[in-house]
Design a protein around this ligand. Structure first.
Ligand SMILES: Cc1ncc(C[n+]2csc(CCOP(=O)(O)OP(=O)(O)O)c2C)c(N)n1
Ligand SMILES: CC(=O)[C@@H](O)[C@H](O)COP(=O)(O)O
Ligand SMILES: [Mg+2]
Length: 587
């Protein structure tokens, strides 16, 4: 589609110069532009398509960036980026060195608050509004939050405070009745029932929280949106505008299959069809190893249950939700609740597998310590997307878990090298442990095709010696060990390789043997080098007065940007080239 209008919009000021009648055309062009680029470059599609009109109306009515827009999660902000001076670089979205897929303060003054994790926008906008009030500045603060994200505890905490704050904050609830997967919970039903102004027959939940509620209104009706936003602009105080939109709006397939088109990968920009790829002969994704294995285990042990906070598709918990619907639960974007719910279940004799993306477990840190580890409740945490995740970038890399879990007493920390080990770890955990366990594994596929081997019970804290050599011992944790195996084999290196498997309890006997027999130890992990495997081995080496040298390879002490995972591994120095170079230098 010709970008007649969009090609002249380099900032919201240009948008504002257009007559209101032209905005529908801008919406068409903006949608086409997003589809064009995301079809080829991948990324988050559905959410951005759904807020095209809302984005245009917000920048048309409000005086951005002086008036501050705070996007929740930020995966819907593509239109916002394109209208705020990033149209010509939008094709670099999520590339190494390109723009981020999420709002980022260092990228633009229009990105008022960095995001990626959900449910932060109301707190942030409220903070800005309170600061403006104290500074006696007259500007508007607007949080745009989705129906799944507003159901999270943090969003509720902010709403509860906003209602009594007196602050000039507008919360726009972008209600499309879906998260990545269908939204869950009573609030979803409440929002669906809310027909106009106040829900008939009962108090409006937002008004009960002292927010001035308006809506719901059609979020694709531009004239109506503009009229309502102008009215909102003239108001003051905490208020909430309920807007109904359709996720994927404007691309038929994306509207029909909203889960798939949340982030569909490459697709045909004309037909909308997702580019087919034959994955049948590939090794499975780790998430599917989880999803298929938990069903297998749960069929043998009726005490096993599954919990996911809003990621049934991404974690493959949906396999269990389909096969054993009474025993697998999507609790919504509620990581803290998911963890303590699991803890509660353990007290009653269940064996909950609580599957949380590594990066999102950060939000439930206190629950892991206070509700689980402190009480020695054997919750089985399956931490998906551990390590560098690629194009989602700094907000989503699961690189801190080894470090943040390792300092907690009474928790077992495991990382399988491959799918077979992962199955065995899950099996071992399902047999009943007396401590909680975290099993971390990365985004993407492993290397083993024939992975559904009979289960083997593992000894907790035991490592696996994979190769014996001289002078140098490489200690790996997780699937990065496969890379080490490959390097040793291809280059016929005479080095020792230990798959440590458990960071806690660590195999001190195996490590002591290494301290006694090798001049150099290389630790390698897909996680931060500060506090992870390298630190643990380094500390133990020091305590044992090891005379050799410990070389720690891992993600450096800085936030990793976005880009293809392989490129980021190189930048972090956990790639084949770096390992080989180091070994050759040491040999
Ligand atoms: C704390 C946290 N948990 C989980 C996610 C993963 N996640 C990203 S978007 C999303 C759904 C958001 O749904 P909603 O707020 O309704 O926005 P929509 O996608 O419908 O626009 C989820 C669960 C996240 N980003 N942050
Ligand atoms: C925006 C968000 O948080 C999710 O959509 C995330 O990008 C999912 O990551 P995966 O693609 O690894 O499931
Ligand atoms: Mg939604």
């Amino acid at each position: 589609m010709a970008q007649k209008l969009l090609s002249n919009i380099n900032s919201p000021a240009h948008l504002k110069q257009l007559p209101e009648e032209d905005l529908a055309r801008v919406a068409q062009e903006l949608r086409a532009f997003i589809i064009d680029i995301v079809a080829a470059k991948e990324g988050h599609l559905g959410a951005s398509l759904g807020v095209v009109e809302l984005t245009i109306a917000l920048h048309y009515v409000f005086n951005t960036p002086d008036d501050q827009l705070v996007w929740d999660v930020g995966h819907q902000a593509y239109g916002h980026k394109i209208l705020t001076g990033r149209r010509d670089v939008f094709h670099t979205n999520r590339d190494l060195g390109g723009i981020s897929g999420f709002p980022k303060r260092s990228e633009s003054v229009y990105d008022t608050f960095g995001t990626g994790h959900s449910s932060t926008s109301i707190s942030a906008a409220l903070g800005m509004a309170m600061a403006s009030a104290l500074k006696k500045e007259d500007r508007k603060h607007i949080a745009i939050v989705g129906d799944a994200s507003i159901a999270s505890g943090m969003a509720f905490e902010a709403l509860n405070h906003a209602g009594v704050s007196g602050a000039d904050v507008l919360v726009i609830l972008n209600d499309n009745a879906i998260g990545i997967d269908p939204s869950v919970g009573a609030l979803k039903e409440y929002l669906t029932k809310t027909k106009s102004g106040k829900e008939t027959g009962s108090d409006n939940i937002f008004e009960s929280l002292h927010l001035d509620y308006s809506g719901p209104i059609d979020g694709h009706d531009l004239p109506l949106l503009i009229k309502e936003l102008k009215r909102q602009k003239s108001l003051k105080g905490p208020r909430l505008l309920h807007v109904r939109t359709v996720k994927g709006k404007g691309l038929k397939q994306a509207e029909i299959d909203q889960v798939r088109y949340h982030a569909p990968g490459k697709f045909d920009k004309i037909t909308g069809e997702i580019t087919p790829s034959d994955t049948s002969k590939l090794p499975p994704k780790f998430q599917d190893v989880f999803g298929l294995t938990i069903v297998e285990l749960a069929k043998q042990n009726d005490r096993i249950v599954g919990i996911t906070p809003a990621m049934p598709t991404g974690s493959s918990m949906k396999i269990m939700m389909e096969e054993l619907p009474d025993r697998a639960f999507d609790v919504g974007i509620a990581e803290q609740h998911a963890v303590t719910l699991a803890a509660g279940m353990v007290t009653q004799g269940l064996v909950p597998f609580c599957n949380v993306y590594s990066t999102f477990l950060q939000r439930a840190y206190d629950q892991v310590i206070h509700d689980v580890a402190l009480q020695k409740l054997p919750v089985v945490f399956c931490l998906d997307r551990a390590g560098i995740v690629g194009k989602d970038g700094a907000t989503h890399h699961g690189v801190f878990d080894l470090a943040y879990l390792n300092c907690i007493p009474d928790i077992i920390i495991a990382a399988p090298m491959d799918a077979v080990e992962m199955r065995d770890m899950m099996f071992t955990a399902s047999q009943g442990l007396d401590l909680p366990i975290a099993i971390r594994y990365p985004r993407g596929r492993g290397k083993i095709v024939d992975w559904q081997q009979p289960f083997t019970l593992m000894e907790i804290g035991s490592s696996r010696l994979l190769h014996e050599g001289k002078k140098i011992a490489v200690i790996s944790i997780g699937p990065i060990g496969t890379l080490i195996q490959g390097v040793i084999k291809e280059e016929q290196l005479s080095v020792t390789h230990l798959d440590i498997r458990f960071l806690k309890p660590i195999d001190t006997r195996a490590l002591e043997l290494i301290f006694e027999n090798y001049d150099h130890i290389i630790t390698i992990e897909d996680g931060t080098v500060v506090g992870g495997l390298g630190s643990v081995v380094g500390d133990l080496a020091f305590a044992k007065a090891y005379q050799g040298k410990v070389h720690k390879l891992g993600v450096p002490d800085s936030f990793m940007e976005h880009g293809p995972t392989a490129d980021l591994h190189k930048i972090a120095g956990i790639d084949k080239g770096t390992v080989l170079k180091l070994i050759k230098e040491l040999l």
